[in-house]
Design a binder for this molecule. Structure first.
Ligand code: MGD
Ligand code: MGD
Ligand code: MO
Length: 763
């Protein structure tokens, strides 16, 4: 496809003058401090920067809009629980520049689409509602009331509410998310796709099936007390920097860390705590005791190899498995063992890509300890067999009895700061019937029970003209989803696309026939309504709900809060049809929390509990060894080894984050920990793979993926030789999303397989 929609959706093929250095072996430390200060001084008022960095993640202050890593329950650093990338996140949100209709008078949609994502993001904060009329080339201002009425009119004109799609990105607070799903359900559909569908959906699916809860089981305190922590498919120095402090603490208590990753990610190897002045001077802590350089998607093979050796030892000694735990709490053990025995150790080890010495080192740690925590992120969840990856993680923990006890358990490390909370309060196209029943009991309408579209199906529905209105509460849909060209056609088919956003992004430029941009307050900004300054709430990766409250004056007087936008749209759409007094909520968010307390379990006395400075834990069955699964037990599962047969010229590509981005928001053009500066259009390759193709360092190549007979291309990338296993390569998301096939996703969970894209390279 090379029409104008898909051209606008693709990132421009421009190079920015690359510089390469040897990747550092240490992370954070002075480099991070320097980088944070430079972000603040470049893009913010310095006074605001100081004010924010003192309050970030402090009890009762504002929750960092970056990642979902939890804050310590007890003592917190007095200079702010910050990290370099948290500072970049707030510097991005609290930019001093704003853009209003004058900006859009000067720049057409077509022109803006030619800008890089970095340039688009740095243009400033959106300052007023904007409308793109059918056939128009420029956005123009529109009043909030007109905007709400337009959305309402479009929604009410659809033949069925199922022709509308309501996307959420994981920054949305519990209050806004709860009201949003309530509105969507009262309007009459369950089409509630969210970023989680592309992220930890595979974790949710595997964990619900095996342990009865789609979230992790550990607390921060468990991490400090673990004997072994495995960090798999995750790059914490970039994406969850505060996790490194927790791993450091675990090590100080005698714990051992195993990193499993195709790349020797800097922070896993060594880390200098920015909040420890002595360490800053004397150098950092070695984090990983063992680094296993697994091949892309070699994790099931590695796990099978470990499981086979454990079984061998168990059969010899009878002391390896926690049989008391297995007997009392699990189901499916015999079938699991019978299946495991059909695999061959040598074949598994070979498929994992790991040498025998490294394997032995991992094996000894697992064999001799039973307080084991396994942490993971996108390296496990974005494959066709992603659900198997996580079920295999659970199998290992179950054998060792490493679930529901101190220092042990599952730790899927969530991405967006409230992606977990959004799901808890009802952003779910497949919400359980018990939740829907509570909605019905409270509000007197019957929510549709039929499951709605998640992300992949939503794109297909728009592509096939089955859905005609797209509404996004946050996020950057076109750049986040797979198969960019296909998805751009899907959006172009819509009658109306609407985005509630803080910042301009590519999704505002790849529109339906008409489009709206509704600018909203960010996390850092004061949200003042009729009843005064509002607080809101978020849930972190470990199930702690806490409050967040803005500190800065809003960047424009024309912004609304997400809560107010949802109420406005609900009111304009449902009018007298509604059982609910929508406009009351926006004046006083304690009313929303009173409703959440009645509808969502674990939130009883929500308003009172939220006043606890460090927040409160939600109930977690797996943590208590209560497994709410179909069998009532924790389930062992049988998982197949993936069967990769790459052709001679094919590589398997993972699409990853650089150090200077938050998903589709590009903070800068450097990837400091990988030694790449001032360029994003690169492909990391093994030297042997370069030589086999006669490619030289920095040579420009085109990338091609073929899947089910469809060819997809991404042009102009520079080759960078890197320490990555043979037949594997890496590029940055979102530049190569165009290569990720819409039909290549995880079974059961439909997470796009964006970490295992088969490509060939054209010189
Ligand atoms: N600063 C910053 N923070 C962020 C984000 C951000 O973009 N920037 N994004 C947020 C979000 S939404 C999320 S979901 C998280 C993402 O956090 P991560 O999951 O850490 O992010 P990715 O860059 O996708 O990194 C995946 C890691 O998995 C490895 N990997 C890839 N394939 C495999 C595999 O097959 N097996 C194994 N074992 N490893 C593999 C890669 O080498 C890489 O180290 O971070 C959150 N925090
Ligand atoms: N190829 C490939 N694709 C991927 C991934 C990958 O690893 N590889 N990762 C996937 C993952 S893990 C995720 S989570 C998704 C991310 O998908 P999304 O969540 O859709 O994308 P983001 O880039 O996080 O969204 C950024 C936009 O959100 C808006 N925004 C920021 N803060 C706020 C706020 O407070 N309120 C509102 N209303 N808007 C706000 C801004 O306008 C900003 O431009 O991408 C997925 N896509
Ligand atoms: Mo994510």
């Amino acid at each position: 496809m090379s029409d104008s929609h898909s051209n606008k959706a693709l990132t421009p093929e421009k190079f920015t003058k690359i510089k390469l250095k040897t990747p550092p072996t240490n992370s954070v430390g002075f480099g991070a401090l320097k980088s944070s200060i430079s972000q603040v001084t470049k893009y913010m008022n310095v006074k605001d920067g100081v004010k924010l960095s003192l309050k970030i993640n402090q009890k009762g202050e504002f929750d960092c809009p970056g990642c979902a890593w939890p804050d310590p329950d007890d003592e917190r650093s007095s200079i702010g629980e910050y990290c370099e990338n948290g500072i970049k996140a707030i510097a991005e949100e609290a930019q001093k520049n704003t853009i209003d209709y004058r900006f859009f008078e000067n720049h057409s949609v077509e022109e803006l689409a030619g800008w890089s994502d970095f340039e688009i993001g740095k243009s400033g904060r959106l300052a007023e509602p904007l409308f793109l009329a059918e056939g128009a080339t420029h956005y123009q201002p529109i009043s909030w009331e007109e905007a709400f009425n337009k959305v309402g009119a479009h929604l009410n004109a659809l033949e069925s509410p199922d022709e509308a799609i309501f996307y959420t990105s994981g920054r949305t607070t519990n209050e806004a998310a709860f009201l949003y799903q309530l509105f969507v359900r009262e309007y009459g559909t369950t089409n509630l796709p969210d970023c989680s569908n592309m992220c930890h959906e595979a974790s949710g699916s595997a964990l619900s099936e095996t342990l009865g809860i789609g979230k992790g089981s550990v607390t921060l305190d468990d991490l400090y007390k673990a004997e072994v922590v495995m960090v798999i498919g995750q790059n914490p120095a970039t994406n969850h920097p505060r996790m490194l402090s927790a791993l450091e603490k675990c090590k100080q208590n005698g714990g051992k860390i195993i990193a499993v990753n195709p790349l020797p990610e800097a922070g896993l190897l060594k880390f200098t705590n920015p909040q420890d002045p002595i360490k800053l001077l004397t150098g950092g802590t070695q984090i990983a005791d063992v680094f296993a350089q697994v091949t892309i998607n070699g994790d099931v093979a590695l796990f099978k190899a470990i499981l086979l050796k454990l079984l061998e030892k168990e059969e010899a000694t009878g002391t390896v498995f926690d049989k008391a735990f297995i007997n009392e709490f699990t189901a499916g053990y015999d079938a699991f063992i019978a299946d495991l025995k059909t695999y061959n150790f040598d074949a598994c080890l070979e498929a994992s890509g790991i040498d025998i010495d490294t394997f032995e080192a991992i094996f000894e740690l697992i064999l001799n300890n039973d307080k084991i925590i396994i942490c993971w992120a996108m390296g496990l969840t974005q494959h066709q067999n992603a659900v198997d990856n996580i079920r295999e993680v659970v199998n290992l923990l179950l054998l060792k009895g490493s679930i529901g006890k101190e220092g042990a358990g599952t730790c899927p490390v969530r991405g967006h700061s409230n992606v977990q909370g959004d799901r808890t309060v009802g952003i779910w196209e497949a919400a359980p019937q018990a939740f829907l029943d509570k909605i019905e009991a409270k509000y007197g309408f019957k929510p549709k029970a039929k499951h709605g579209y998640a992300v992949i199906d939503a794109i297909k529905a728009m592509y096939e003209n089955k859905a005609k209105v797209f509404f996004g509460l946050g996020g950057n849909f076109i750049s986040a989803v797979p198969d960019t060209s296909y998805a751009s056609q899907a959006l172009a088919n819509c009658n109306l696309t609407v985005h509630v956003s803080t910042k301009l992004n590519r999704s505002h430029l790849v529109t339906g026939k008409e489009a709206l941009i509704l600018p909203c307050l960010g996390r850092t900004e004061k949200d003042i309504q009729k009843s005064g300054l509002q607080i809101q709430s978020v849930e972190n990766s470990m199930g702690v709900v806490s409050s967040t409250k803005g500190v800065l004056e809003p960047c424009s007087k024309d912004l609304m809060s997400e809560v107010a936008v949802v109420c406005g749209i609900a009111n304009a759409t449902l009018k007298h049809r509604s059982n609910i007094d929508w406009l009351a909520y926006k004046d006083d968010y304690t009313l929303v929390r009173n409703d959440i307390a009645e509808v969502v379990s674990g939130f009883e006395n929500f308003n009172t509990k939220l006043q606890k400075p460090a927040g409160f834990y939600l109930p977690n069955g797996a943590r208590e060894r209560q497994f709410n699964t179909k069998t009532g037990k924790a389930n062992f599962t049988k998982n197949k080894m993936p069967n990769w047969k790459l052709k001679n010229d094919e590589l398997i590509m993972m699409t990853i984050r650089s150090h200077d981005q938050f998903n589709t928001t590009i903070y800068g053009l450097d990837d400091r920990y990988r030694g790449v500066y001032n360029e994003r259009r690169i492909i990391f390759m093994n030297k042997a793979d370069m030589e086999a193709r006669g490619l030289k360092e920095l040579q420009v190549v085109n990338l091609k993926s073929e899947f089910n007979g469809v060819t997809r291309r991404a042009n102009k990338f520079k080759v960078v030789a890197y320490n990555i296993p043979k037949h594997c390569c890496a590029t940055y998301f979102p530049e190569t999303n165009v290569l990720v096939p819409i039909d290549n996703f995880a079974h059961t969970a439909k997470t796009p397989a964006s970490k295992s894209v088969v490509i060939t390279i054209e010189a």
